[in-house]
Design a protein around this ligand. Sequence first.
Ligand SMILES: [Zn+2]
Length: 147
Amino acid sequence: MIVFDLACDNAHRFELWVPSAEALDQQITKGWVTCPHCGTQAVRRLPPAPAVHTASKLPPPAESQRTPTTEPDSSAQTQARLWKLLQKLKQDAHDVGDRFPEEARRIHAGEAPARPIKGQASRKEVASLLDEGILVVPLPPDPEQMH
Ligand SMILES: [Zn+2]
């Protein structure tokens, strides 16, 4: 069986399964084929368009497979970028040890040169620095400490 595209005089399009093109032409000539939309026998076979059929089958499966996989990937990449950024910040930062809250306030007040610093601060000190509008971010541990 082969599927053929047909059209009637009223511009309706429909498909018909027939054993062969010759059989279809015979059925049309004898008036056996009628339009399922308006019932007219004035139908004709449309030229086969294999390229259109092939192309229309391709996109849907690719689309459904792509959607779930892209989102975890991109969020993992974002985390990796953020991680690298924090590691770089940590390398560049001047270590001020437990003078961190004091030094952060001096930089914020313009009493010390603006530069990235790192050091120790209690949660309470970090909270009060944030309250004063000073940006404090927790730095990741050294990679060797994670093993
Ligand atoms: Zn019709």
